[in-house]
Design a binder for this molecule. Structure first.
Ligand SMILES: *Cc1c(COP(=O)(O)O)cnc(C)c1O
Length: 419
């Protein structure tokens, strides 16, 4: 199909040309004396994205799932108890991993569409007088339902209970897109992957660990090898990796960090918020419901849109893909067919997103949903026009004078021109 594929799944996201060019290189020796000049600054700059000065960043050749595993296996032992809530596919999968690794998980189930139940975390932590809970798992942005939860709130719950458990946060679809403050919120392990806010292909699992998390390493007895913090720290200390790193991914990550820091993290967050809000205005104009149940849970990286009863959301997605070259996110697990998702994170601006919204309208109409064509587009346009930053004055070329009414040409001249 001619033209660009409109990629609006919430990961992988669009990789900017700048990053693609940075990745397009001949391979090099990862044991050369030049290599640390690439690796060391990347690991240092990553900390700025997590907003930590005291933590340590780890980069594994993996995806977000690998970073989940690294956070658990480097700090916990078999049979340790962890506290986690489940309110979507990703929070579910992290719990499933913890159970399969041999941890005992106290699960707080919440409705899919609600955020993590901070009050219930507070109650469970207060009740745990013997401090059997060794870690609290918290999914900052549940990508399956388009819901963002209150990390500062769960830290407050830990502090109020004076509970020593580690705070582990899945920030795969929030970090580098939505405000995240590792040090300020006392996050001990923060997890992300390369293919979301970092705008890279999938291939890196990134985790930042606090000093408190690192101090658990020696006593943590879960089996680990590939994801061992100890091997990684020893090699990273001299600017190397314990096994072959992916050079294109490291060059890409260096460019990604440069782009994010050039734009400024706060500007990145504002941009994501405006893009998300415009999308939500479109959904409102369509007369459809969000999966997210309340505004304080609305995600600025992904919007999950419920389709009306009798409509299969998978059909909307399939039509969008095959007819309009538009990739929308699917409903997962218990949300299969009941919703579709628009990812609006990474390298994105208003007009790109208008293409996605327009295509979603067409696909919805084709699938039998009674939305008015152009209604969502118009609502987003109005929102973005109304919230655009004022322009500074610039000298422009003047408007040309109005043309004088032309004298009626003589019959002779007309006849001549016709010949
Ligand atoms: C994408 C995602 C993951 C899984 O990451 P992979 O890179 O696919 O392993 C985990 N958690 C959240 C919230 C995600 O959005």
């Amino acid at each position: 199909m001619a033209g660009r594929n409109f990629l609006f799944v919430p990961g992988p996201t669009n990789t900017p040309d700048r990053i693609l060019r940075a990745m397009h290189r001949a391979m090099e020796d990862h044991r050369s004396s030049d290599f640390p000049a690439l690796a060391a600054p990347v690991l240092e700059d990553l900390k700025k994205i997590f907003k930590t000065s005291t933590g340590q960043a780890f980069v594994f050749p993996a995806s977000g799932t690998g970073a989940w595993e690294a956070s658990l296996t480097n700090t916990l032992s078999p049979g340790d108890k962890v506290l986690a809530s489940r309110f979507g596919m990703f929070s579910h999968l992290w719990i499933d991993m913890a159970q399969r690794l041999g941890l005992e998980v106290e699960v707080l189930d919440a409705e899919w569409g609600e955020g993590a139940p901070v009050e219930r975390y507070r109650d469970a932590l207060a009740a745990d007088k013997e401090h059997r809970i060794k870690a609290v798992l918290f999914t900052h942005n549940e990508t399956a339902t388009g819901v963002t939860s209150d990390v500062a709130g769960v830290r407050k719950a830990l502090s109020e209970a004076q509970h020593p458990a580690l705070l582990m946060v899945d920030g795969v679809s929030s970090i580098a897109s939505i405000d995240f403050r590792m040090d300020e919120w006392g996050v001990d392990l923060a997890v992300t992957g390369s293919q979301k806010g970092l705008m890279l292909p999938a291939g890196l699992g990134v985790v930042c660990a606090s000093q408190k998390a690192l101090s658990k390493y020696d006593q943590a007895k879960l089996p680990r090898c590939f994801f061992d913090f100890g091997d990684m720290r020893k090699a990273n200390a001299t600017g190397y990796f314990p096994y072959t790193p992916s050079l294109p991914m490291l060059y890409g990550l260096r460019e990604s960090l440069a782009m994010l820091l050039e734009e400024g993290l706060e500007n990145v967050f504002i941009r994501h918020h405006r893009l998300a809000e415009g999308t939500r205005q479109a959904v409102k104009a369509w007369g459809l419901e969000l999966c997210a149940r309340a505004p304080h849970w609305h995600s600025d990286t992904v919007t999950a849109i419920m389709v009306p009863p009798g409509i299969n959301g998978a059909e909307v997605i399939d039509i969008a893909y095959r007819r309009y070259n538009l990739a929308l996110g699917a409903g997962l697990a218990r949300m299969a067919g009941r919703l579709f998702r628009i990812g609006h994170l990474g390298d994105l601006n208003e007009l790109m997103l208008l293409g996605g919204i327009a295509g979603a309208e067409m696909a919805m109409r084709d699938a039998g949903i009674k939305v008015t064509l152009g209604s969502g587009v118009a609502a987003a346009q109005e929102y973005w026009r109304g919230t655009a930053a004022p322009l500074e004055k610039r000298e422009l070329p003047p408007r040309a004078p109005e043309a004088q009414p032309a004298a009626a040409p003589s019959k002779k001249a007309t006849a001549g021109a016709a010949r």
